[in-house]
Ligand binder design. Structure first.
Ligand code: SF4
Ligand code: SF4
Length: 449
């Protein structure tokens, strides 16, 4: 098998959150190979742990992928304040004689946004709703590269996940768990300080809030789970998600003071994309009175360029309004009306791009997460659950197709669901040795023998 086939066979997808099948992303040549080690969102510990612990594997993995891509430059983008991680990476670069540059970034949010990193490293802005390869770059997260290294060198399939558990726990911990591990087991391992909690799967800005106890019981670790935040149910970040859309629209109509902070601090606006959330907010009152599609697009078309980073609603807006959710709502309305917004294929970053950065510490204070900040996970604990539930859709694209039946014996690494051959998809493997005890349209349950 060549490199692409090996990565495909191992079921590697972007570990940084998006879950894009990696064999598709790497099936190209590129000028730049960029490694995203920025650990974008506050509180998350996973990428830092991987950089410290697997620096050698990471550097060897970068060398392999870089050779495959015929990249002229290989660059690790990491925040300058991550000193131990940078030291570990520099040592591994030296040891392997690798031609890899370390690009030290300031500590701002969203430093790890793929398009922001590409602009920082190359000076080029990715087209609206485009991909880094359109400006000659391929970018992978550190977890994805460690997974690829293990697949290429050790023949290991994508069956386990490193993740941190932070927030209302005795102390933040790092875990290595089989994919499909119940999220409750991960939280219990971190000794939560409260019993009635909500969680965020991912980071505080873009993660998915799960507040209902029964819903938490139905959550399992997937290929993209990198962090779990445990919070009181009445925490600001949890309560905000309960506000209904009608109230959000009403607040926008009545309280937006058109200060345009949401636009000026928007990272996509700063790299030159056509997105002005303050104008979408200004026009929201006209939503139901515009018949012409052209006019509707003029008022709300910018919404399609929103990347959902959350900065406008969780930091920028002095009135506590929600341009992000209004943009999400308007994306749906544009789709309903069949309006396709043209892309700007040649955006140019604005002169203010380096000035209008939001420092992560100020963001953490605004999010009321200060008491959890500065606590770090050190050692990694391995969990061995007796039962796992492995979803068939853990990636962008079509769900994998189950190839096992109830009663089948499986070993860790066996394919239990194959990539759907009719579209973008990826293989899914058993993460423990055991017996298949349930196969549903959403996933496969395996119990230890
Ligand atoms: S969520 Fe807000 S700040 Fe982020 S890209 Fe969308 S409009 Fe810009
Ligand atoms: S930051 Fe808030 S108040 Fe200011 S323009 Fe944007 S939505 Fe309106």
């Amino acid at each position: 098998m060549n490199l692409i086939e090996t990565i495909k066979d191992a079921g590697i997808v972007g570990a940084g959150g998006a879950g894009f099948p990696t064999h598709v992303k790497l099936n190209t040549k590129a000028e730049y190979y960029i490694v995203n080690a920025a650990e974008c969102e506050p509180l998350i510990e996973t990428d830092k742990y991987l950089c410290r612990t697997f620096a050698d594997e990471l550097i060897k993995g970068i060398m392999m992928i870089s050779t495959h891509l015929e990249a002229k430059k290989s660059v690790i983008a990491i925040k300058a304040k991550y000193k131990p991680e940078i030291a570990a990476l520099r040592e591994a670069i030296e040891k392997n004689g690798a031609d890899i540059e370390i690009f030290e970034m300031r500590t701002f949010y969203p430093a790890g946004d793929e398009q922001v990193i590409v602009q920082q490293v190359t000076g080029r802005s990715v087209p609206e709703r485009g991909l880094p390869i359109e400006v000659g770059a391929v970018i992978n997260n550190v977890g994805t590269i460690v997974g690829m290294y293990n697949a290429i060198v050790h023949g290991k399939k994508n069956t386990s996940k490193f993740l941190s558990v932070v927030g209302e726990v005795q102390e933040p911990i790092m875990l290595q768990v089989p994919i499909g591990t119940p999220i409750r087991e991960c939280i219990q391992a971190a000794n939560p300080k409260i019993s009635d909690y909500a969680i965020i799967l991912g980071g505080p800005m873009m993660g998915r809030v799960v507040a209902d106890d029964e819903a938490i019981d139905q959550q399992f670790v997937t290929k993209t789970t990198g962090n779990i935040i445990v919070l009181p149910k009445n925490h600001y970040l949890i309560e905000r998600t309960h506000v209904p859309m009608d109230r959000i629209k009403h607040q926008a109509r009545s309280a937006c003071i058109q200060c345009r902070m949401c636009t000026d601090l928007c990272p996509r606006f700063q790299i030159g994309h056509r997105i002005k959330p303050h104008l979408v907010m200004r026009n929201i009152w006209r939503e139901n009175s515009i018949d012409s599609d052209k006019q509707f697009e003029e008022c709300f078309g910018d919404a399609v360029n929103c990347c959902n980073c959350g900065l406008c609603e969780l930091f920028s807006c002095p009135m506590g309004l929600s341009p992000r959710r209004v943009n999400g709502y308007m994306k749906g309305k544009l789709q309903e009306r069949g309006i396709s917004v043209e892309k700007n294929m040649h955006p140019v970053s604005r002169p203010t791009v380096e000035l209008n950065r939001v420092p992560t510490d100020r963001l953490i204070a605004r999010l009321d997460l200060g008491k959890y900040n500065g606590l770090h996970a050190h050692d990694c604990i391995e969990l061995h659950p007796k039962e796992v539930f492995i979803p068939l859709s853990q990636h962008i694209g079509k769900p994998a197709v189950a190839v096992k039946n109830v009663g089948d014996k499986v070993c860790e690494g066996d394919v239990i669901a194959s990539a759907d051959a009719t579209g973008l998809s990826t293989n899914i493997h058993a993460s423990i040795n055991g017996t298949v005890c349930d196969v549903t349209s959403s996933g496969i349950r395996i119990s230890e023998n």
